[in-house]
Design a protein around this ligand. Structure first.
Ligand SMILES: Nc1ncnc2c1ncn2[C@@H]1O[C@H](COP(=O)(O)OP(=O)(O)OP(=O)(O)O)[C@@H](O)[C@H]1O
Ligand SMILES: O=P(O)(O)OC[C@H]1O[C@H](OP(=O)(O)OP(=O)(O)O)[C@H](O)[C@@H]1O
Length: 232
Protein backbone atom coordinates (compact mmCIF):
# COMPACT_ATOMS: atom_id res chain seq x y z
CA UNK A 1 0.00 0.00 0.00
CA UNK A 2 1.00 3.63 -0.45
CA UNK A 3 -0.34 6.67 1.37
CA UNK A 4 -1.13 9.83 -0.56
CA UNK A 5 -0.01 13.32 0.37
CA UNK A 6 -1.75 16.29 -1.29
CA UNK A 7 0.47 19.33 -1.87
CA UNK A 8 -0.45 22.65 -3.57
CA UNK A 9 0.30 22.39 -7.26
CA UNK A 10 1.61 25.89 -7.86
CA UNK A 11 2.84 29.19 -6.50
CA UNK A 12 4.35 30.18 -3.18
CA UNK A 13 2.75 27.37 -1.17
CA UNK A 14 4.12 24.66 -3.48
CA UNK A 15 7.67 26.02 -3.51
CA UNK A 16 7.84 26.58 0.23
CA UNK A 17 6.35 23.12 0.88
CA UNK A 18 9.06 21.55 -1.27
CA UNK A 19 11.71 23.56 0.65
CA UNK A 20 10.22 22.55 4.03
CA UNK A 21 10.35 18.82 3.25
CA UNK A 22 13.77 19.22 1.56
CA UNK A 23 15.22 20.76 4.73
CA UNK A 24 14.08 17.58 6.55
CA UNK A 25 15.69 15.14 4.12
CA UNK A 26 12.64 14.40 1.96
CA UNK A 27 12.73 15.55 -1.63
CA UNK A 28 9.45 16.51 -3.33
CA UNK A 29 9.54 17.56 -6.96
CA UNK A 30 7.38 17.98 -9.98
CA UNK A 31 8.02 15.55 -12.80
CA UNK A 32 7.14 15.78 -16.47
CA UNK A 33 6.54 19.06 -18.25
CA UNK A 34 6.00 22.36 -16.48
CA UNK A 35 2.25 22.02 -17.05
CA UNK A 36 1.89 18.40 -16.00
CA UNK A 37 0.57 17.89 -12.46
CA UNK A 38 2.80 14.89 -11.70
CA UNK A 39 5.25 14.63 -8.82
CA UNK A 40 7.70 12.34 -7.07
CA UNK A 41 8.97 11.87 -3.51
CA UNK A 42 12.40 10.60 -2.50
CA UNK A 43 13.71 9.91 0.98
CA UNK A 44 10.73 7.97 2.35
CA UNK A 45 9.05 4.72 1.23
CA UNK A 46 5.38 4.23 0.44
CA UNK A 47 4.28 7.86 0.01
CA UNK A 48 2.72 9.12 -3.21
CA UNK A 49 2.73 12.85 -4.08
CA UNK A 50 -0.53 14.28 -5.41
CA UNK A 51 -0.38 17.87 -6.69
CA UNK A 52 -3.70 19.65 -6.33
CA UNK A 53 -5.39 22.99 -5.69
CA UNK A 54 -4.73 24.33 -2.17
CA UNK A 55 -8.45 25.07 -1.92
CA UNK A 56 -9.44 21.47 -2.63
CA UNK A 57 -7.04 19.81 -0.18
CA UNK A 58 -9.41 20.24 2.83
CA UNK A 59 -12.25 18.44 1.01
CA UNK A 60 -9.97 15.64 -0.20
CA UNK A 61 -8.67 15.09 3.34
CA UNK A 62 -12.20 15.05 4.76
CA UNK A 63 -13.29 12.55 2.11
CA UNK A 64 -10.27 10.36 2.93
CA UNK A 65 -9.10 10.40 -0.69
CA UNK A 66 -5.70 11.67 0.51
CA UNK A 67 -4.08 10.64 3.80
CA UNK A 68 -1.96 13.72 4.38
CA UNK A 69 -2.13 17.25 3.02
CA UNK A 70 -0.54 20.68 3.13
CA UNK A 71 -2.69 23.79 2.96
CA UNK A 72 -3.50 27.02 4.82
CA UNK A 73 -5.20 26.89 8.22
CA UNK A 74 -7.68 29.43 6.80
CA UNK A 75 -8.82 27.04 4.06
CA UNK A 76 -9.23 24.15 6.51
CA UNK A 77 -11.44 26.21 8.82
CA UNK A 78 -13.41 27.72 5.95
CA UNK A 79 -14.07 24.59 3.93
CA UNK A 80 -14.76 22.05 6.69
CA UNK A 81 -17.57 22.11 9.25
CA UNK A 82 -16.12 21.11 12.66
CA UNK A 83 -12.73 20.65 11.00
CA UNK A 84 -11.18 19.06 14.11
CA UNK A 85 -13.38 16.00 13.58
CA UNK A 86 -12.16 15.49 10.03
CA UNK A 87 -8.43 16.26 10.16
CA UNK A 88 -5.61 16.51 12.71
CA UNK A 89 -2.94 19.20 12.51
CA UNK A 90 0.48 17.52 12.58
CA UNK A 91 2.67 20.60 12.18
CA UNK A 92 2.36 24.33 11.65
CA UNK A 93 4.95 24.88 8.94
CA UNK A 94 6.00 28.50 9.55
CA UNK A 95 5.29 29.92 6.09
CA UNK A 96 2.29 31.06 4.07
CA UNK A 97 1.49 33.58 6.80
CA UNK A 98 -1.55 35.69 5.95
CA UNK A 99 -4.34 37.32 7.96
CA UNK A 100 -8.01 37.11 7.11
CA UNK A 101 -9.26 40.63 7.90
CA UNK A 102 -12.36 42.80 7.81
CA UNK A 103 -11.60 46.00 5.84
CA UNK A 104 -13.61 49.13 5.05
CA UNK A 105 -12.95 52.16 2.83
CA UNK A 106 -10.31 54.52 4.30
CA UNK A 107 -12.79 57.38 3.80
CA UNK A 108 -15.11 55.89 6.48
CA UNK A 109 -13.34 58.04 9.09
CA UNK A 110 -15.78 57.18 11.91
CA UNK A 111 -15.41 53.43 11.46
CA UNK A 112 -12.37 51.96 13.21
CA UNK A 113 -13.83 49.05 15.22
CA UNK A 114 -16.47 46.31 14.93
CA UNK A 115 -18.73 48.34 17.25
CA UNK A 116 -18.47 51.28 14.83
CA UNK A 117 -19.26 48.90 11.98
CA UNK A 118 -22.33 47.59 13.79
CA UNK A 119 -23.64 51.15 14.18
CA UNK A 120 -22.94 52.06 10.55
CA UNK A 121 -24.50 48.82 9.31
CA UNK A 122 -27.78 49.56 11.12
CA UNK A 123 -27.72 53.12 9.81
CA UNK A 124 -26.97 51.90 6.26
CA UNK A 125 -29.95 49.56 6.32
CA UNK A 126 -32.28 52.28 7.59
CA UNK A 127 -31.08 54.73 4.91
CA UNK A 128 -30.77 52.42 1.90
CA UNK A 129 -33.35 49.75 2.65
CA UNK A 130 -30.74 47.04 2.09
CA UNK A 131 -27.99 45.44 4.12
CA UNK A 132 -24.38 46.50 3.80
CA UNK A 133 -22.56 44.13 1.44
CA UNK A 134 -19.30 42.42 2.47
CA UNK A 135 -17.42 40.77 -0.41
CA UNK A 136 -15.53 37.60 0.52
CA UNK A 137 -14.80 33.99 -0.33
CA UNK A 138 -14.53 33.13 3.38
CA UNK A 139 -18.25 32.81 4.14
CA UNK A 140 -18.11 30.45 7.12
CA UNK A 141 -15.24 32.23 8.93
CA UNK A 142 -16.66 35.72 8.40
CA UNK A 143 -20.22 34.78 9.43
CA UNK A 144 -19.01 33.07 12.62
CA UNK A 145 -16.69 35.95 13.49
CA UNK A 146 -19.30 38.69 12.98
CA UNK A 147 -21.92 36.68 14.88
CA UNK A 148 -19.51 36.27 17.81
CA UNK A 149 -18.86 40.04 17.77
CA UNK A 150 -22.51 41.09 17.56
CA UNK A 151 -22.54 42.49 14.02
CA UNK A 152 -25.77 41.45 12.29
CA UNK A 153 -26.95 43.97 9.66
CA UNK A 154 -24.91 42.85 6.66
CA UNK A 155 -25.01 40.43 3.74
CA UNK A 156 -22.17 38.46 2.22
CA UNK A 157 -21.42 38.96 -1.45
CA UNK A 158 -19.46 36.05 -2.91
CA UNK A 159 -16.11 37.07 -4.42
CA UNK A 160 -13.65 34.37 -5.49
CA UNK A 161 -10.78 36.73 -6.43
CA UNK A 162 -9.75 40.38 -6.83
CA UNK A 163 -12.00 40.98 -3.82
CA UNK A 164 -10.44 44.36 -2.96
CA UNK A 165 -11.75 45.67 -6.31
CA UNK A 166 -15.41 45.08 -5.46
CA UNK A 167 -15.70 48.30 -3.45
CA UNK A 168 -14.49 50.46 -6.34
CA UNK A 169 -16.79 48.54 -8.68
CA UNK A 170 -19.67 49.07 -6.29
CA UNK A 171 -20.65 45.44 -5.94
CA UNK A 172 -19.89 45.65 -2.19
CA UNK A 173 -19.41 48.34 0.48
CA UNK A 174 -16.53 46.53 2.23
CA UNK A 175 -14.56 43.28 2.17
CA UNK A 176 -13.13 40.38 4.17
CA UNK A 177 -10.01 38.89 2.59
CA UNK A 178 -6.50 37.59 3.14
CA UNK A 179 -3.66 40.08 3.45
CA UNK A 180 0.06 39.69 4.04
CA UNK A 181 1.95 42.87 3.13
CA UNK A 182 -1.19 45.05 3.07
CA UNK A 183 -0.23 46.43 -0.35
CA UNK A 184 -3.42 45.31 -2.10
CA UNK A 185 -5.63 46.82 0.62
CA UNK A 186 -3.77 50.15 0.52
CA UNK A 187 -3.81 50.28 -3.28
CA UNK A 188 -7.58 49.89 -3.16
CA UNK A 189 -8.10 52.55 -0.44
CA UNK A 190 -9.16 50.09 2.25
CA UNK A 191 -8.18 49.87 5.95
CA UNK A 192 -8.40 46.99 8.43
CA UNK A 193 -10.64 47.47 11.47
CA UNK A 194 -8.51 47.57 14.63
CA UNK A 195 -10.27 44.48 16.00
CA UNK A 196 -10.96 43.04 12.55
CA UNK A 197 -8.50 40.13 12.32
CA UNK A 198 -10.66 37.03 11.82
CA UNK A 199 -7.90 34.44 11.54
CA UNK A 200 -4.11 34.34 11.35
CA UNK A 201 -3.30 31.70 8.78
CA UNK A 202 -0.19 29.72 7.92
CA UNK A 203 0.60 26.56 6.02
CA UNK A 204 -0.02 23.36 7.96
CA UNK A 205 0.61 19.63 7.54
CA UNK A 206 -2.57 17.63 8.19
CA UNK A 207 -3.62 14.03 8.65
CA UNK A 208 -7.00 12.79 7.51
CA UNK A 209 -9.13 11.21 10.24
CA UNK A 210 -11.32 9.56 7.59
CA UNK A 211 -8.77 7.92 5.27
CA UNK A 212 -8.22 4.18 5.26
CA UNK A 213 -4.83 3.79 6.93
CA UNK A 214 -4.56 0.05 7.54
CA UNK A 215 -1.54 -1.34 9.35
CA UNK A 216 0.81 -0.61 6.44
CA UNK A 217 -0.36 2.99 6.18
CA UNK A 218 0.17 3.56 9.88
CA UNK A 219 3.71 2.21 9.63
CA UNK A 220 4.47 4.44 6.63
CA UNK A 221 3.08 7.43 8.56
CA UNK A 222 5.24 6.62 11.60
CA UNK A 223 8.38 6.43 9.43
CA UNK A 224 7.53 9.71 7.74
CA UNK A 225 6.82 11.49 11.04
CA UNK A 226 10.07 10.13 12.51
CA UNK A 227 11.99 11.62 9.60
CA UNK A 228 10.15 14.92 10.02
CA UNK A 229 10.69 14.77 13.81
CA UNK A 230 6.98 15.23 14.46
CA UNK A 231 5.00 13.42 17.16
CA UNK A 232 1.33 12.70 16.41
N1 LIG B 1 -0.72 37.26 -0.24
C1 LIG B 1 -0.59 36.11 0.40
N2 LIG B 1 0.51 35.85 1.13
C2 LIG B 1 0.65 34.67 1.76
N3 LIG B 1 -0.25 33.68 1.72
C3 LIG B 1 -1.34 33.89 1.00
C4 LIG B 1 -1.58 35.09 0.31
N4 LIG B 1 -2.76 34.99 -0.34
C5 LIG B 1 -3.24 33.77 -0.04
N5 LIG B 1 -2.39 33.11 0.76
C6 LIG B 1 -2.58 31.77 1.32
O1 LIG B 1 -2.33 30.80 0.33
C7 LIG B 1 -3.28 29.74 0.44
C8 LIG B 1 -3.87 29.46 -0.93
O2 LIG B 1 -4.56 30.58 -1.36
P1 LIG B 1 -5.66 30.60 -2.49
O3 LIG B 1 -6.96 30.09 -1.97
O4 LIG B 1 -5.62 31.97 -3.05
O5 LIG B 1 -5.16 29.52 -3.48
P2 LIG B 1 -4.59 29.74 -4.90
O6 LIG B 1 -3.15 30.13 -4.79
O7 LIG B 1 -5.51 30.64 -5.65
O8 LIG B 1 -4.65 28.26 -5.44
P3 LIG B 1 -5.87 27.43 -6.07
O9 LIG B 1 -6.67 28.39 -6.90
O10 LIG B 1 -5.14 26.41 -6.87
O11 LIG B 1 -6.63 26.84 -4.92
C9 LIG B 1 -4.28 30.15 1.50
O12 LIG B 1 -4.06 29.39 2.67
C10 LIG B 1 -4.01 31.60 1.77
O13 LIG B 1 -4.11 31.95 3.13
O1 LIG C 1 -1.42 41.93 1.37
P1 LIG C 1 -0.87 41.56 0.04
O2 LIG C 1 0.58 41.17 0.09
O3 LIG C 1 -1.10 42.65 -0.99
O4 LIG C 1 -1.60 40.23 -0.46
C1 LIG C 1 -2.99 40.14 -0.49
C2 LIG C 1 -3.52 39.58 -1.77
O5 LIG C 1 -2.97 38.30 -2.04
C3 LIG C 1 -4.05 37.39 -2.32
O6 LIG C 1 -4.42 37.46 -3.63
P2 LIG C 1 -3.84 36.52 -4.77
O7 LIG C 1 -2.60 37.15 -5.33
O8 LIG C 1 -3.70 35.12 -4.31
O9 LIG C 1 -5.00 36.63 -5.86
P3 LIG C 1 -6.60 36.52 -5.73
O10 LIG C 1 -7.10 37.91 -5.79
O11 LIG C 1 -6.98 35.70 -6.91
O12 LIG C 1 -6.95 35.84 -4.43
C4 LIG C 1 -5.20 37.95 -1.49
O13 LIG C 1 -6.46 37.52 -1.99
C5 LIG C 1 -5.02 39.44 -1.62
O14 LIG C 1 -5.69 39.96 -2.74
Amino acid sequence: MTIKIGVPSKGRLMEKTFDWFGARGISLRRTGSEREYAGAIEGVEGVELVLMSAGEIPRELAAGRIHLGVTGTDLIREKLAVWENQVAELALMGFGHADLVIAVPICWVDVETLDDLDAVAAQFRATHGMRLRIATKYHRLVRDFLRDHGVADYQLEDSQGATEGTVKHETAEMIADITSTGDTLRANHLKVLVDGVVHKSQATLLRSRNADWGNDGRKILRDLLDKLEISD
